[in-house]
Design a protein around this ligand. Structure first.
Ligand SMILES: NC(=O)c1ccc[n+]([C@@H]2O[C@H](COP(=O)([O-])OP(=O)(O)OC[C@H]3O[C@@H](n4cnc5c(N)ncnc54)[C@H](OP(=O)(O)O)[C@@H]3O)[C@@H](O)[C@H]2O)c1
Length: 268
């Protein structure tokens, strides 16, 4: 899937990884729809991008993806306007940091709705037009947290395990249709994510510094891998290496390690 002249929809474009996707794709896209709750941030980004790329068409849509009515309204709008999206970046997401037993039930619902339900519904809504045109790229922003159960981030890691598994299955189903699916599985990236994920009494945590990777690099790698029709992107050599461990370590040993280090690390 070549991204030149694409029409991209990016969720969670008001900050962090999503905003960087918008900036990097702006150099090549024909049009873009940016979605998030903070409309002022989206408007600022739209003005910046249109100033730098006068031929680019940027539309912004304010939507709370944890609200099913707003999610459906977004999909109805896409249908009504007959917007032909051929690159979908399902990036919006949020985490939590702390034991499940004391977690905020509303936060758990929001994580599930944004990280899982909105991603699935938007993909289902947009996919048929990609298949019909035999052109499409779906980039689902998962996390390295999805490769293993994570005490201290149980719900977040489970939502990301869903995203990776869903992306792999969908990719297999779409083989030969002209639509590629790629799961982006970063380790820690310095964004607003850590601040949003922290509990009221906690501090934002990002994990070991040697694993932290700049947001520009994460997005550059992701775009390259999507274009090369690769299934998974783990940006950074150190993170790739670390992620081999849960794949190679027997589960009984992993369980022991998880009990021992339970909740000490931040979500990624
Ligand atoms: N940063 C990391 O260390 C890291 C590592 C691995 C994976 N990830 C994943 O990367 C993705 C982007 O995270 P980030 O690091 O860029 O975090 P971020 O800076 O906090 O950005 C999150 C984005 O998601 C949007 N969002 C959150 N809740 C939403 C809702 N209810 N409705 C609509 N949009 C919503 C936010 O927009 P509004 O607040 O304006 O709605 C924002 O644009 C997430 O899926 C995250 O799980 C992050």
């Amino acid at each position: 899937m070549k991204l030149d002249d694409c029409n991209a929809l990016i969720t969670g474009a008001s900050a962090g990884i999503g905003r960087e996707f918008a900036r990097q794709l702006a150099r090549r896209a024909r049009s873009m729809i940016l979605v998030a709750r903070r409309e002022d941030r989206l408007a600022e980004l739209r003005d910046e991008l249109q100033q730098q790329h006068p031929n680019l068409v940027v539309q912004i849509r304010q939507a709370d993806l944890a609200d099913l009515a707003q999610l459906h309204e977004l999909m109805e709008w896409l249908g009504r306007e007959r917007i032909d999206v051929n690159v979908l970046v399902n990036n919006a997401g949020l985490g939590d940091s702390g034991p499940f037993a004391t977690s905020d039930p509303i936060r758990n619902e929001q994580m599930t709705l944004v990280n899982v339900v909105a991603l699935t519904s938007l993909t289902r809504h947009i996919l048929p037009q990609m298949i019909a045109k035999r052109r499409g790229g779906i980039l689902n922003v998962s996390s390295s947290a999805g490769f293993l159960p994570m005490p201290g981030s149980a719900v977040y890691a489970a939502t990301k395990a869903y995203v990776t598994s869903f992306s792999e299955a969908l990719r297999a189903e779409l083989h030969g249709t002209g639509v590629s699916v790629c799961a982006l599985c970063p380790g820690p990236v310095r964004t607003e994510f850590q601040q949003v994920a922290k509990r009221t009494d906690g501090r934002p945590e990002i994990g070991p510094e040697f694993l932290v990777i700049p947001v520009e690099r994460v997005v550059r790698d992701a775009i390259k891998r999507l274009e090369a029709d690769k299934p998974i992107v783990i940006p950074g050599f150190a993170m790739k290496l670390v992620m081999l461990l849960p794949r190679l370590t027997p589960m009984p040993l992993l369980r022991m390690l998880m009990r021992r280090y339970s909740g000490r690390d931040s979500p990624v």
